[in-house]
Design a protein. Structure first.
Length: 309
């Protein structure tokens, strides 16, 4: 799988005391994202701590990303029905040259990057679809709180004015719909590592000295390890799209794309079928004598890449 890249220094990490304080705040907010001013106060407080003052300035985005990553981990344990996306009425923006279009764009419901958005009029009344958008400021992906407006520029694809979750109006940004808006990536349960394969596009949490953000990456290779009480112990070699750097990461840093759901459905179907066959063999003594399936055996799934036992 190669070796982790050397970037001239250790990756940014929050201290145990900082993590404990943020976990307490997250608990107070019932696992909801705190307001921006709370995040700014935390970043300033951490920067002024004896261990960091004059050495490292903690940015608000780093605090925001910790909360986002922690909420991903919490939600992945109980993820079945995603929360509602707050879709507001979107006024037309006429401040830029536009071409006359007969079909307005409102809240885009994208099945995959590059797909054509649908209008809000045809979206379900109680839509539970969530979105993420790529910021032009740093090239990272953030959860979308609202789509505020839309426009059709004469020289490019349609754009939407995005309000990013937990960020104020000053961070609102016009985003290209076709390239930089998509359905939200999914945090991985420990049992879902089987759905992450070499060649996959993923959203990966990259930690560096100056920032810790979610970027697009490609899975280059995988090292499958037996799970233990701590969950998935597999490792993945990824290459980030924005800087072409490579890194070995655990599953907890990976969010897979919704298009990979079919793999889990296939594996569940195989597992259910094996369970039915096993039950039949137990009930049929003659079949039980000839079968190799024994109670407690697990289904072995072939992986691409090296496997360690």
């Amino acid at each position: 799988m190669g070796r982790p890249p050397s970037n001239g220094g250790p990756a940014f990490r929050f201290t145990q005391n900082e993590v404990a304080e943020m976990e307490a705040i997250l608990h107070e907010h019932n696992n909801a994202m705190p307001a921006r001013d709370v995040l700014e106060v935390l970043a300033e407080k951490f920067s002024e701590s004896p261990d960091r003052k004059g050495k490292i300035t903690v940015q608000m985005k780093q605090v925001w990303n910790w909360f986002q990553n922690k909420r991903f981990a919490i939600r992945s344990k109980s993820r079945k029905t995603p929360g509602n996306l707050n879709i507001t009425a979107m006024p037309r923006d006429d401040s830029a040259p536009v071409r006359n279009m007969s079909q307005p764009i409102a809240a885009p419901t994208l099945a995959a990057p590059g797909s054509v958005p649908a209008t809000a009029e045809v979206a379900p009344e109680n839509s539970v679809m969530e979105f993420e958008a790529k910021s032009a400021r740093d090239g990272a992906w953030y959860d979308v709180a609202n789509f505020l407006s839309h426009r059709y520029l004469e020289s490019s694809d349609p754009e939407v004015l995005v309000q990013f979750a937990a960020f104020g109006p000053q961070e609102d940004e016009w985003v290209n719909v076709r390239r930089n808006v998509r359905t939200r990536s999914l945090p991985c349960l420990s049992s879902e590592c089987v759905a992450v394969l070499p060649g996959d596009l993923i959203l990966c949490f990259q930690e560096r000295n100056e920032q810790a953000l979610y970027f697009d990456a490609r899975v280059r290779d995988s090292e499958r390890r037996r799970h233990d009480v701590r969950g998935c112990r597999c490792r993945f070699l990824v290459r980030y799209d924005h800087d072409q750097s490579e890194e070995i990461v655990p599953l907890r840093k990976i969010c897979r794309r919704p298009e990979t759901d079919y793999r889990l459905q296939q594996l569940h179907a195989v597992g259910d079928s094996a369970h039915v066959d096993q039950q039949k063999s137990v009930m049929d003594p003659k079949k039980a004598e000839t079968t190799d399936v024994q109670p407690g055996n697990s289904t072995i799934i072939p992986f691409s890449g090296p496997v360690q036992y």
